[in-house]
Design a protein around this ligand. Structure first.
Ligand code: CO8
Length: 373
């Protein structure tokens, strides 16, 4: 068994950002138009009037102030409220592949590697563009990587599950190095007409190079001390979009074919599960929570992260101990904890211990313990 390191990370951030103010203005225009158009039915009690969204609520309930998106105009158009992302021909690289290449190039540069050093590509994300061919194989072709590639989806936990797969392959000698990528266009599966969730998600892509410790030369090496994963079935976060939708066409456009959740229940169920899993994982490795210098937590909700850190530490975490990126990125699903890791690792000295953790639909939870070399 080989020792394994994460030797490089990369990030692609879309150029367009939407503030809460812009998003709420568009949503409220839609609400006013809907209520005007249905005034008679609302008056007769046949249709429920829609309620306005509020910037103050969004920031207090979630900590989110803005989000990056692939297409801003389509989302903010109150007549559309869906990003416009034109279909590409099969002769062009797809948009998930394009995002992946940008994040991967940064991760490879930080790792001091070229595509010739990589033996496999894993694309791990919540929102895959198509059934096949795998986006990972397209990324492989675009970068000129030999070996194998496959896609996997464990919702918001896709990156930690992807890292465990990559670590296993390198540990066993099946690959010298694996490129693991998380292209997330969450805006494509978000119902921007739903007041409860229209503010939650953003778009981004992250990439991680996992390789043998004895071959790594990067200045940014994190030894993978261990990985631990957990899944427990729940209906509280669902997206029922899939290939069988066309076989029940009368329900094809129902709201459950986009992201739906019971946010309160998710919050209540998942926070204790995450704190328990990370605590157990550290203990299994003979480590104390107090030794951890940084928690790169999944970036869904600020209050969730504050509670998880408080449960683990027995006190409030400082912003340095549990960095926040969801204020400007919102929830970017599997990319979130990796964005936090990418942006908040270089200040730590050699020997520092950190935990990368994801949580989300499934339920699914992942913990990756890392020590800086
Ligand atoms: N503006 C004003 N008021 C609002 C709004 C709004 N936009 N929305 C709701 N309210 C009102 C409600 O009507 C309610 O009013 P009342 O008290 O009168 O009934 C009140 O505000 C409180 O509503 P909630 O109970 O819903 O509010 P919460 O405090 O629970 O906050 C959150 C809502 C922010 C959604 C919170 O529950 C949360 O973040 N929970 C955790 C969710 C989470 O982390 N989910 C992770 C899922 S992501 C994942 O796994 C990946 C999926 C794949 C990605 C798919 C891409 C699209």
């Amino acid at each position: 068994m080989y020792d394994v390191v994460i030797s490089g990370t990369g990030l692609f951030t879309p150029p367009n950002s939407i503030s809460n103010e812009e998003l709420v203005a568009s949503f409220n225009t839609y609400v006013h138009r809907f209520n005007e158009q249905h005034a008679a039915a609302i008056e007769a009690g046949d249709v429920q009037p829609l309620a306005e969204s509020s910037v103050a609520f969004i920031e207090k309930a979630s900590g989110i102030k803005s989000r990056y998106v692939i297409d801003k105009d389509g989302i903010l158009d109150p007549e559309r409220m869906v990003p416009r992302i034109p279909e590409r021909s099969n002769d062009e690289w797809g948009i998930l592949c394009e995002m992946s290449i940008k994040a991967a190039n940064e991760a490879l540069a930080r790792a001091g590697r070229t595509p010739a050093d990589i033996d496999g590509v894993i694309v791990a994300c919540s929102n895959l563009q198509r059934a096949y061919p795998a986006v990972a194989i397209e990324v492989q072709a675009a970068l000129g990587i030999k070996g194998f590639g496959f896609d996997m989806n464990v919702a918001c936990s896709s990156a930690t599950f992807g890292i465990q797969n990559a670590v296993n392959a390198v540990q066993l000698g099946q690959a010298r190095a694996i490129l693991m990528v998380n292209p997330e266009i969450c805006s494509g599966h978000l119902n921007f007409r739903d007041r409860d969730s229209h503010f939650i998600f953003g778009d981004a892509c992250t990439a991680v190079v996992v390789e043998r410790a004895d071959q790594a030369t990067s200045a940014h090496q994190w030894h993978v001390v261990g990985t631990k994963l957990l899944t427990e079935f729940s209906n509280n976060i669902r997206n029922n979009f899939g290939f069988l939708n066309r076989a029940a066409e009368e329900q094809m456009t129902n709201p459950d074919k986009l992201f739906v959740q019971e946010g309160r229940k998710v919050f209540r169920d998942v926070c204790p599960m995450v704190a328990e899993l990370i605590g157990e994982h550290l203990a299994e490795n003979g480590l104390e929570v107090a030794e951890v210098k940084r928690f790169w937590l999944h970036q869904a909700n600020l209050n969730m992260n504050l509670l998880i850190a408080r449960k683990l530490l027995g006190r409030e975490a400082t912003p340095e101990e549990a960095p926040v990126i969801l204020d400007t990125y919102a929830n970017t699903s599997s990319a979130g904890s990796v964005i936090a890791f990418h942006k908040h690792q270089d200040d730590l000295p050699a020997g520092s211990l950190g935990v990368l953790s994801s949580f989300g639909a499934g339920y699914s939870i992942g913990s990756v313990i890392l020590r800086k070399r």
